[in-house]
Structure formats: C-alpha cells, structure tokens
Design a protein around this ligand. Sequence first.
Ligand code: GAP
Length: 426
Amino acid sequence: MEKIVSLAKRRGFVYPSSEIYGGFSGFWDFGPLGVELKNNLKSIWWEEFVQSHDEIFGLDSSIIMNPKIWEASGHTGSGFTDPLRECKNCHHRFRSDDLKTLACPDCGGQLTEEKKFNILVKTYIGPVEDKSALAYLRGETAQAIFVNFNNIIDSFHPQIPFGIAQIGKAFRNEITPGNFFFRSREFEQMELEYFIEPIEDEKMFKYWRSYCLGFLHGLGLNPDNLRFYDHPKEKLSHYSKGTTDIEYHFPFGWSELWGIARRGNYDLSKHTKYSGKKLIYKNPTTNQEIVPYVIEPSVGVDRLILAILIDAFFEEEKRVVLRLSPKLAPFKVAVFPLVSNKEELVEKARIVYQDLRKNLMVAWDDRGNIGKRYFAQDEIGTPWCVTIDYDTLKDDTVTIRDRDTTKQIREKVSSLNSYFQKKLED
Ligand code: GAP
C-alpha cells in the first residue's frame, strides 16, 4: 500500500488535499493522471450502464437538495449512523465495529459507551445559520434519482423495467476515514436504480450482480481478487431487503468495493408519504398501478480507482509497471525522438505526436535515454511507446514498444492511427 501511495503522489495520480496546510483528513485531490484515469473509468461505466441500454436514463442532480428528502429516506435518523466510542483518556474516537479490543487501541484507556453518530454533512443555506436554514450535502446520489422518478416517467414514458443512473459526489462525515482514499469524506459514486416488477426482484438482483462482476472483469481486474459477500440480515442497511457486496482483496484485507442492494419499494414509498406526491408506475396496457421495486448497484469511483491501481501494480526486477487496461490508461501512447539534439528527429517526432493527439491522449518525452523513458511510461501505465529514429527518416517507419511484453515492432507512420484504434478496440 505504501508503494501505491508513493507512486500515486510522485507521478501525479493522487495528492493529499490541502497538503501545504498539513492536509485534511478524509479528503484527496486527483492530479493530472488521476483525473484522466477517473474520467476514463466514468465514461466506460456511463457507456455500459447508460448509453448501451435503451431503458436506462442518465441524471445529474444537485448536490444540496431539500432537506426533507433526507428525513424521508431515513438518513437523518438512525439509518445513516456509525457506532462511535471515545477514549476517556486520550479522546481519540473510533468506529466501534472496527475495534478488536474493549480498550483504547492508542493508549489502552477506557472507552465510552457506544453512541450513534450521524454521518450526513451539514451546511446552512441562506444568510441565517439557524435550524430553518439547515441543509445537507448528499450522502448518496441515489435519493436524487428517487425524487426525479415522476419527471423521468413524464418525459420518457418508459416501460418497466427501466433504470435511472447518476455519477456524482457524495459526502459522509466518516469517523475513521483511511486506507488511503478507500474511505473518504468526499467521494464520487456511480449508481443505478433499476425499477422492476416486485415479482422480478430475485431474478434482477442476480442479473445485476453478475453484470457488475462482468464489468469489473472487463476492466481487467484479476478475478481472483474479487468475490461476492452476501450481507447477513442483521447487517443490512435500513432500506435493504438483501445486499451483496462485490469485495476486492485490498492489501488491508477483503473489503467492500461495490454494493448491489434490493431496496424493495422503501424509497418510493417513503417519498410518497413525506412529499404527498404519488410515485407510482402505471402499466399502459392493464392500467394497473404499482410501486416498483428497485435493484441498486452502487460503486464508489474513487474506491474502484484504488482497486484498479492496486491490481495493476507490478514490481519486476528492473521496473515498476502499471498494467492498466489500455482503455483506462491516462495516456494511450508516448512519443519520443531517439535523441533530443537531432533537429530532424525531433521535428519528425513532433509531427507524429501532433497527429496522434487528434484522436488519443499522447505523452511526449525527450529527456534522458530511451530506457529511462520506457520505464517512466511503464510506471504510469502507458501501453505503447513510439520512437522516431534514424530509420524513420529513411523509410517512414517507427518502433512501437509494448508495455506488457516489452517487445518492439516496426510500423509505418501512415498506419499508426489505425494501428492504435484497432488495439484499443481489441
Ligand atoms: N446508495 C447506496 C449506497 O450509498 P453504500 O454501500 O453506502 O450504499 C456504495 O455506498 C458504494 O460507495 C460503496 O460500495 C463504496 O464503493 C462507495 N463508498 C461508500 N462510502 C464511501 C467512502 N466513505 N469513501 C469512498 N467510497 C465510499
């Protein structure tokens, strides 16, 4: 884990937030490579969970919403709390479900009784900071989907089953953020609410469990590092009739990566009750009205990025390599002139670089020797390096070096674009 943290910082994937002020616990900044990786992941998810389905609709809601939403959903009550204990001696605070002893892990002092600590992040809207101005930063993106249920039905008249999906920030005042950005106080979620006939609950739950696992395999995650974990009844969230987590084998142990929950009609019913607006689906042929059930696959973008980085990280005898799937890699190609002090080579390399950049994220490097440049690209997961050498000036071919095999081939400059497009499609 320390190696991943150090690489992420050094190579511009992830920085501690507010670092020059000593950081801010539970908050992280994604650097130039991190933001590319994240954007690639989000667009692959969007393509596979929204754009490739006729019956799934996208949404981008506001982060701060009417606070009644969080009362209705149960988040202001006991449903969205962490069990907290404080040391009477050093006053350090712990989630009691993380504790392995009854004494303070830091000083051995006595701990207080367990208290329920609500993790919604509060703010005030308007000029007066009183109870009437209290609002919340959303604790999950899901609630915005439920409260837009009627809007989507009215605009698109979908037939059941149909889904609404959203990618966006969520905020939780976690008692113990940690394990790098595994548990943060500000993070992004990719959530789908898939509305179904109640009778389809079991079938659709199984369908989405395997769909999500298949998605992770498609990202190139090692199947041996992934497993299903079915929540026992006593551990279910307040809204859930059944939840399976896809767990990832992180360096600190198997932990939740992706939750797939059967939320029943809990949310739609609650919002109907609290808002006074009926949230129902009317079957167009039978005119029968139902409150649909919902299956919810919900994954954290940041947490998945962490799993992706860990899974891709390999230390070999001579190099560190991030074996990222090419579709996730921040740069697809790096272009180098063999040496930086031969004008014709640099000029030709610049032309190749500018041409490839029209379609792909391409890195440029002309520092140090070729070996060092290869290793620098391996470390950030760039799948292919293109070198312009003296032969290029004679026959217009370049060397393409593959990150994973380190094998090199020669290819015509004129076919580079189609070569990489084909590789990426493969
Ligand atoms: N709408 C359902 C929901 O929010 P959750 O299990 O609380 O369920 C879903 O969160 C996913 O969001 C988790 O599986 C995890 O990937 C991510 N997540 C939750 N809390 C997180 C945190 N504090 N930091 C980073 N990711 C988090």
